[in-house]
Design a protein around this ligand. Structure first.
Ligand code: FAD
Ligand code: NAI
Length: 466
């Protein structure tokens, strides 16, 4: 029987990164993956394909609407959707090969099949009609998450799709109805809207992007509306009639009341994701789950069963690839006897639309609820030189600092490249920096990042360009 120091179940960003760090620390490691390819949700049907389509569709939109005003004259771009899907697949394939290479480089065994935990120290791997059991000192569960379903609405991945189907539509729907104004709805809605679909988003709450700063979400909603998105907030989808040529979607006010019917070619259901633990044998192995079906862990990623750990989407916390990766590293370090740690106060979140939305730390709503006295500095991209010359002035930066200590507690950005810009705030916050530190840091001119410095200056009411 093969024997390991560590068997990691799942090769998403949590699992494969955990395996690499453990191998670096001298452990004999195997990963188990039930999918045909490595890389998990993120690489195969999540972060990467969505970003490839966001990039390609943005180029299409720019060619159609922005080139002419810059004096670049091209004939109206034509969409070749199969070629765009090939572009997406090439990106996925390249990254899958990259993960395979990293497994080889770090001498990590890749066991293809579905893993079931027999007990602490024993994992059964089944696939292709075969099954083998391996012995291991430690097990890390990194099995990720699955789509949340809407009761009574069957996802066929053709006309009623989850994010997976929405990443592979065979033609541009003339109308797309999206259930859920979260990250997936707004990103994939942007893709299809740019390619020509009429997009309507139905959201249960009275706002988009719950969890993000309210002011940021409000301004972002206005920008999306200007682009052509239609929102039905405070509403829920209760049924979809699939009998006709177009789907008849029944939409009701969230609080109850008269239903309306909206026609759509395609319905995208994206109302969140749920932890995935099917067939893992957790009950038999005695591993405890919390009331939302997530694997319960302590601050050291350990489950209630000694030698079994869990990380990533299958445990509590934001369902983000970089959170899973950082947990993977910390968990491997803890297993090796080191002091692995994740700072959950400084995990950035990015919505990769145009403009992008990014955020780290506390929102104004968080601070109000916690009764923390804070100061606010804001700076709009309309007053940022680089944004003005590029004519991409949508959005603003908001810096929230502790009113007494000036320590930065949160930074929120709507604007082009916001996803790249947020990281200076992350580093600052990791080091417990103040708005004054940010304001006194020299920023290259002309950059969009100067808006962050100006927002920090605005905390002390001394922004220069406003
Ligand atoms: P996963 O990536 O879900 O990987 C789990 C793996 O475990 C899978 O490969 C699965 O096949 C395998 N597995 C499960 N059970 C077993 C078993 N019993 N035996 C063997 N293998 C098993 N996050 C971001 O940070 N940025 C983004 O831009 C982003 N975009 C996204 C876009 C979409 C459309 C979606 C759906 C998600 C996106 N996410 C994004 C979220 C991100 O994909 C997840 O947070 C991330 O993949 C979680 O990583 P993980 O390692 O925990 O699990
Ligand atoms: P989400 O949690 O971001 O948004 C779901 C939305 O659906 C919420 O606004 C919620 O209020 C709404 N909702 C729930 N039930 C509803 C109902 N019955 N009717 C109408 N609206 C309803 O979830 P989403 O967009 O599905 O994404 C899943 C996960 O994937 C997220 O946790 C996110 O972290 C991750 N992800 C991250 C990305 C990124 O980092 N850029 C991109 C895509 C996904």
């Amino acid at each position: 029987m093969a024997s390991y120091d560590l068997v990691v179940i799942g090769t998403g960003p949590g699992g494969y990164v955990c395996a690499i760090r453990a191998a670096q620390l001298g452990m004999k490691v195997a990963v188990v993956e039930k999918n045909a390819t490595l890389g998990g949700t993120c690489l195969n049907v999540g972060c990467m394909p969505s970003k490839a389509l966001l990039h390609a569709s943005e180029m299409f939109e720019e060619a159609a609407h922005s080139f002419a005003k810059m004096g670049v004259s091209v004939s109206a771009p034509k969409l070749d959707l199969p070629a765009m899907m090939d572009f997406k697949q090439q990106g996925i394939d390249g990254n899958v090969k990259g993960v395979e290479f990293l497994m080889k480089k770090n001498k990590i065994d890749v066991l293809k099949g579905t893993a079931k935990i027999i007990s602490a120290g024993k994992v059964e791997v089944s696939g292709d009609g075969k099954s083998e059991t391996v012995e291991t000192k430690n097990i890390v569960i990194a099995t990720g998450s699955d789509i949340a379903r809407l009761k009574g609405i069957d996802i066929d991945e053709k006309r009623i799709v989850s994010s997976t189907g929405a990443l592979s539509l065979e033609k541009v729907p003339s109308s797309l109805l999206i259930v859920g104004a979260g990250v997936i709805g707004l990103e994939l809605g942007s893709v299809w809207h740019r390619l020509g679909a009429k997009v309507t988003v139905v959201e249960f709450l009275d706002r988009i992007l719950p969890g993000m700063d309210g002011e940021v979400a409000k301004q972002f909603q206005r920008i999306l509306e200007k682009q052509g998105f239609a929102f039905r907030l405070g509403a829920k989808v209760t049924a979809v009639d699939t009998s006709g040529k177009t789907l008849q979607v029944k939409v009701e006010p969230a609080a109850g009341g008269a239903a309306a019917t909206i026609e759509a070619d395609v319905v995208l259901v994206c109302i969140g994701r749920v932890p995935y633990t099917e067939g893992l044998g957790l009950k038999e192995a005695g591993v405890a789950l919390d009331n939302r079906g997530r694997v319960e862990i302590d601050t050291h990623f350990s489950t209630n069963v000694k030698g079994i750990y869990a990380i990533g989407d299958v445990v509590a916390g934001p369902m983000l690839a970089h959170k899973a990766e950082d947990e993977g590293v910390a968990c491997a370090e803890i297993i090796a006897g080191q002091a692995g740690h994740v700072n959950y106060d400084v995990i950035p979140g990015v919505v990769y639309t145009t403009p992008e939305v990014s955020s780290v730390g506390k929102t104004e709503e968080d601070l109000k609820q916690a009764g923390v006295a804070y100061t606010v500095g804001k700076f709009p991209f309309t007053a940022n030189g680089r944004s003005k010359v590029n004519q991409t002035t949508d959005g603003f930066v908001k810096v929230l600092a502790d009113a007494k200590t000036d320590r930065v507690l949160g930074v929120h950005i709507v604007g082009r490249e916001a996803g790249e810009m947020i990281h200076e705030a992350c580093v600052l916050m990791e080091f417990g920096g103040s708005a004054e530190d940010l304001a006194r840091t020299c920023h290259a001119h002309p950059t969009r990042s100067e808006a962050i410095k100006e927002a920090a200056l605005a905390v002390g009411k001394r922004a220069i360009h406003m």
